[in-house]
Write a protein that binds this ligand. Structure first.
Ligand code: NAD
Length: 427
C-alpha cells in the first residue's frame, strides 16, 4: 500500500521505516526541511537502535521524505498524523500542531479525487479525532468524512530506545475507526504483523493509549512511594518488589523504584488525561498523586546530597546520565533536568556525562560542563549523582577514586563500586 507519514520524529520516522520494511511505499512529510534531506540521504535525525540500517535500506527506494503535503497525500492512500502533542502551560494537551497538520491534509484532500484515509497516530485525548481532527479535515477539504474520505485513530505503544523492535513486534495493535471502510484499510496495513488487531471506535482507541500509559506511570510512582517508605524502615525495596512482581496479576515490570519517570510520553500523557478529566468535571485524585510523587522523587536526590556534603555551593557535582532513560538521546522530561536545575539554584558547579544525550541537554543547560568521558566528569568532584541506568555505569569502580569526596548518590540502582560513600535514593 501507499502510505504518507506526517511528522518524522520518533514515532513518525520509526513507523515509516517499519512500514517500508514490511513492503509498503512510504512518503514522510515534515516541515523541517533539514530533517527531510537527512532522511533522503539515509541519515536518521534521531538515535534509535536499528533505525539507521532500515533507513539506509529503504531511503530513496521504498521511502522518501518531503515538505510537500500535496505531493505526499496525492501519491498515497493513507496519511498518518504523527506530529507532537506537547503539554500546554496548564498541563492539558496542546493540539496546535495536530490542527496545522490536519488543515494541511484537508486542503490537499479538497483536490484529490480518490478515497483517502486520515489516521491519527499522535497521542491525543479522547474525543480529539472525532470532535477536533475530523471537523478540521471536513472544513479544509469541503468534503464529508465517512463518504469522501475515512478517519481512524491508531495509537502507538512503542518504547523509545527499542522503538524499531517494538513497532515490528507489537503486543497490541489498536485501530479505532469512524466506519468499517476506514478501519479495514488501516488494518490491512498491518496484515503481515504477528499480532491481532483490536478494532474499535476512535474515542476508545484514544482512551486505550492513555489508560495504558497512566497505568505504567502509576506502577512507577507506586514503586517509588513503597521505596521511600522502605528506606525509612531499613527494608530493601528491590527485594520487596521482586517478590511482589511474582504475582501474575502484577508482573515484575515497572516496579523499580528510583528517580521517577521522564520522557516525552508518561508525564505529558498523565497530565493530559488529568486535564481532560477536569474539563469534564471529574477530579482525578489518583492521577494527580502519580504526578506529585514523580515530581518530588528527583528532588530527594539533592536532599540526600545536602545531608551528606552540606551546602553544595561552589562545589563540583558530577551528574552521570542525562537521557530520560538508557539507549536514547532523548532528554525530554528527563529526571536529570530538575536535579541539575536544583544544583544550579544551590550554586553548585555541575559537570555532566552522558554517552548520547549531551547535545540535547546543552539546549536546556548551555552553561554547565559537558564531559566526553566519565572520568572527566568525576575528576575532583565532591559528589556524584547517577540519573540514568546506562549499562556502562554498572561497571564503574576505580573511576570514582578520582573524586575529591567519594559520595555517590544512585537514582537508578546501577552502581556496584566499592570504597565509595554510596547511598541509593530509596534503598
Ligand atoms: P517528535 O517531536 O519527535 O516529532 C514530531 C515531528 O513532527 C517533528 O519532526 C516535527 O518537525 C514534525 N512537525 C511539526 N509540525 C509539523 C507539521 N505541521 N507538519 C509536518 N510535520 C510537522 O514527536 P514524537 O516523539 O515522534 O511524538 C509524536 C506523537 O506520538 C506524540 O503525540 C507522542 O505523544 C506520540 N507518541 C510518542 C512516543 C515516543 O516514544 N516518542 C510513543 C508513542 C506515542
Amino acid at each position: 500500500m501507499k502510505v504518507s507519514v506526517i511528522g518524522s520524529g520518533y514515532v513518525g520516522l520509526v513507523s515509516a521505516v517499519c512500514f517500508a520494511e514490511v513492503g509498503h511505499e512510504v512518503i514522510c512529510v515534515d516541515i523541517d526541511r533539514k530533517k527531510t534531506e537527512q532522511i533522503n540521504a539515509g541519515i536518521p535525525p534521531i538515535y534509535e537502535e536499528g533505525l539507521e540500517d532500515l533507513l539506509q535500506k529503504h531511503a530513496g527506494k521504498k521511502l522518501i521524505a518531503t515538505t510537500d503535503y500535496e505531493f505526499a497525500v496525492n501519491k498515497t492512500d493513507i496519511s498518518f498524523i504523527c506530529v507532537g502533542t506537547p503539554s500546554a502551560e496548564d498541563g492539558s494537551i496542546d493540539l496546535s500542531i495536530v490542527r496545522a497538520a490536519a488543515a494541511s491534509i484537508g486542503k490537499t484532500l479538497a483536490k484529490k479525487e480518490d478515497y483517502h484515509v486520515v489516521v491519527v497516530k499522535s497521542t491525543v485525548v479522547p474525543e480529539t479525532t472525532e470532535k477536533f481532527v475530523l471537523p478540521i479535515l471536513e472544513e479544509a477539504s469541503g468534503k464529508t468524512a465517512g463518504i469522501d474520505f475515512g478517519v481512524a485513530m491508531n495509537p502507538e505503544f512503542l518504547r523509545e530506545g527499542k522503538a524499531v523492535q517494538d513497532f515490528m513486534n507489537p503486543d497490541k495493535i489498536v485501530v479505532g475507526a469512524i466506519d468499517k471502510r476506514s478501519g479495514n484499510l488501516v488494518s490491512e496495513l498491518y496484515r503481515t504483523f504477528k499480532c491481532e488487531v483490536t478494532r474499535t471506535d476512535p474515542t476508545t482507541a484514544e482512551m486505550i493509549k492513555y489508560a495504558n500509559n497512566s497505568l505504567l506511570a502509576t506502577k512507577i510512582s507506586f514503586a517509588n512511594e513503597i521505596g521511600n517508605i522502605c528506606k525509612k524502615l531499613g527494608i530493601d525495596t528491590y527485594e520487596v518488589m521482586e517478590a511482589v512482581g511474582k504475582d501474575v496479576r502484577i508482573s515484575p515490570n515497572f516496579l523499580n523504584s528510583g528517580a521517577g519517570f521522564g520522557g516525552s510520553c508518561f508525564p505529558k500523557d498523565v497530565k493530559a488525561l488529568i486535564g481532560k478529566a477536569k474539563a469534564i468535571g471529574y477530579p482525578p485524585v489518583l492521577l494527580e498523586s502519580v504526578i506529585a510523587v514523580n515530581e518530588r522523587q528527583p528532588l530527594l536526590m539533592t536532599e540526600i546530597l545536602q545531608r551528606k556534603i552540606g551546602n553544595p555551593a561552589d562545589k563540583k557535582i558530577a551528574v552521570l546520565g542525562l537521557a530520560f532513560k538508557n539507549e536514547t538521546d532523548d532528554v525530554r522530561e528527563s529526571r536529570a533536568i530538575p536535579v541539575i536545575a536544583e544544583l544550579l539554584r544551590l550554586g553548585a558547579r555541575v559537570s555532566a556525562y552522558d554517552p548520547m544525550a549531551s547535545e540535547n541537554m546543552k539546549r536546556i543547560f548551555p552553561s554547565i560542563e559537558y564531559c566526553s568521558k566519565v572520568s572527566d566528569a568525576l575528576k575532583d568532584a565532591e559528589a556524584c549523582l547517577v540519573m540514568t541506568e546506562w549499562d556502562e555505569f554498572r561497571s564503574l569502580d576505580s573511576e570514582f577514586q578520582a573524586m575529591k569526596g567519594k559520595t555517590v548518590i544512585d537514582g537508578r540502582r546501577v552502581i556496584k563500586a566499592k570504597n565509595i560513600d554510596y547511598e541509593g535514593l530509596c534503598w
